[in-house]
Design a protein around this ligand. Structure first.
Ligand code: NAX
Ligand code: ADP
Ligand code: K
Length: 505
């Protein structure tokens, strides 16, 4: 699913009106009916409703919802904020329709002073102050209004987006001036800001309402952001050839695990095998040899001459992909070996965990990274790598995207909606995965999966897309059976077969 920016949403809106048999006012009516339907499904007509409408089309939606709810027997009070005496055409038309309908309990147009109504805990507030047209943080009376609503006991339903939240960049927004909704009914598609962890507190429950905007525009318009769905992944997965043999299914090399961190290499290696690689070799320090042999008998063990850490780069000629980093430690000997390893590697590379941390503390080495490399940082690792100073998720995402462009690399920023930043500046978000996967070792499993897919012959973007999707899907299937609280990284590996089976259906 493409995630259009607010500018593109505006164009999509206009394109739909120009090319489909629907007028602007009827498109608004369609949106309002969908919103009304959702509200009526949740709250009976004994619920007092207070509607707050702004001067634009978000306000127009809200006034139409006020009329439709009043028509269905709800007690509705509506406030229209028209402080500049300027309404959008459709907002003005819906104001007229609302007044004419006469079913409304109270309609107030606010131009100067506003006496806020008392809001009881059983009241539902419909927020149509601002939607996708908001282009700067709220100030003055609107900010005061939001603060008032946030401190009230009423339930808040936001139309399209909570008022005060901007569709994309909220880096310099003011948290206190953004409405905290209980339910957000967003039109057509999620907005980019809704994918960010730091904005979840404003959204409450989030529902997407399909208002049938032009499929032609949606299909033909290039878009920087998209959410990967099952069909996107099915479309790039390749079936296993009947005549396959272990030599044709790729030989993956993992360099992982220092003494005390054998677990990371075990998880990555098992995941790599479960993700379909023909052969997996794991390179680890001498002291981990026995534990590796016993834990993953299917893998080939390669010993580093050092007892406790990775110290000697390996010839990658025999391998189709290399995954390096899980549990590696950041000893200086390992750091030197890592950079030598990256330099002499001739196969596709996945760099994770400690390998990313080493690069962060040796920034000059970053210039030596080959093109098309895959880096899989979690947010803290990305901050170290890119020098992000703010905790704002949008800013971090942009830093990751800039870095991917600069290095011509694939940066998979992990989290809920993991974001794959592509060298061309586009960003693909993952749609699978759950909070049960916030447990040590989950990332090692992802590294193993992506390395296997690369070894199998997928190109870097496909390996990342399929890898993150299957990893999240396995986590979702595991959570269904085991719950989220008890889920551990090994469960993700155990459910990988079911995830593959689901995609083969
Ligand atoms: N996307 C679509 O296809 C559809 C959109 N509709 C509605 O239209 C909305 C967008 O409408 P608009 O583009 O009129 O925008 P809004 O209603 O979000 O905002 C209206 C006005 O607010 C002003 N504004 C921006 N930031 C401000 C700030 N910080 N303080 C004060 N004023 C500010 C803008 O100049 C703009 O004129 C959507 O959110 C949705 O609710 C629906 O009517 C149906 C179809
Ligand atoms: N709340 C969540 N929703 C979806 N996926 C999650 C969530 N929390 C963690 N994950 C996934 O689990 C993995 C965690 O990776 P990472 O933080 O590197 O763990 P570790 O370093 O312990 O191996 C990532 O792939 C991430 O996307
Ligand atoms: K709104």
């Amino acid at each position: 699913m493409k995630i259009f920016t607010s500018t593109q949403i505006h164009e999509l809106d206009k394109y739909t009106i120009d090319h489909e048999p629907v007028s602007s006012i009827n498109l608004m009516e369609r949106a309002a009916k969908a919103i009304t339907h959702c509200i009526e499904a949740e709250w009976s007509n004994r619920t007092p409703i207070v509607v707050f409408a702004g001067p634009g089309n978000n306000g127009g939606d809200a006034l139409a919802v006020a009329r439709l709810l009043a028509d269905d027997g709800y007690q509705v009070s509506a406030f229209l904020f028209n402080i500049h005496n300027k309404l959008s055409n459709d907002c003005a038309l819906n104001k007229k329709r609302l007044i004419e309908s006469k079913r409304i309990k109270q309609f107030t147009e606010v131009s100067v002073n506003f006496e806020p109504p008392t809001l009881t805990p059983d009241t539902v507030v419909v927020d149509g102050l601002f939607g996708s047209g908001l282009n700067k943080p709220l100030t003055g009376g609107f900010a005061a209004m939001v603060k008032y609503l946030n401190s009230s006991p009423a339930k808040v339903v936001s139309i399209d987006i909570p008022s005060g939240l901007i569709c994309e960049d909220n880096t310099y927004n003011i948290s206190a001036n953004i409405l905290k909704a209980d339910l957000t009914l967003t039109l057509q598609q999620k907005k980019l800001s809704m994918l960010m962890a730091d904005n979840q507190k404003y959204l409450g429950r989030l529902k997407v309402l399909d208002i049938r905007l032009s499929p032609e525009y949606i299909q033909n318009t290039d878009c920087r952001y998209r959410i990967l769905e099952e069909n996107d992944i099915r479309g790039i997965m390749q079936p296993r050839d009947d005549f396959a043999h272990k030599g044709s299914m790729g030989h993956a090399l993992l360099i992982a695990g220092s003494y005390g961190m054998a677990g990371a290499s075990i998880l990555a290696t098992k995941a790599c095998l479960r993700a379909g690689a023909g052969k997996v070799t794991v390179h680890s320090p001498k002291r981990n040899y026995d534990i590796m042999q016993i834990s993953v008998p299917e893998a080939i063990q390669q010993m580093d001459p050092e007892e406790t850490l990775f110290s000697h780069p390996v010839d990658t000629e025999p391998y189709n992909a290399l995954g390096i980093g899980p549990g590696l430690g950041s000893n200086e000997t390992t750091a030197i070996a890592l950079i030598a390893q990256i330099r002499r590697s001739t196969c596709p590379l996945v760099i994770d965990a400690d390998a990313i941390n080493i690069l962060s503390s040796h920034r000059a080495w970053m210039q030596q990274l080959p093109k098309d490399i895959i880096l899989t940082p979690h947010p803290k690792e990305l901050d170290r790598l890119a020098g992000t100073t703010s905790s704002c998720c949008y800013e971090r995402l942009m830093k990751a995207s800039e870095l991917a462009e600069r290095l011509q690399a694939y940066i998979l920023l992990k989290g809920h909606y993991s974001a794959l930043c592509l060298p061309n500046g586009h960003i693909d978000f993952n749609s699978t995965g759950n909070s049960g996967m916030a447990t040590a070792g989950s990332g090692d499993v992802l590294t193993g999966i992506i390395t296997a897919l690369l070894a199998r012959g997928y190109d870097a973007p496909s390996a990342c897309r399929i890898g993150m999707y299957l990893h999240g899907l396995a986590g979702d299937l595991a959570a269904k059976d085991l719950g989220k609280e008890s889920l551990i990284a090994g469960d993700i590996i155990n459910y990988l077969p079911k995830a593959f089976l689901r995609m083969e259906d």
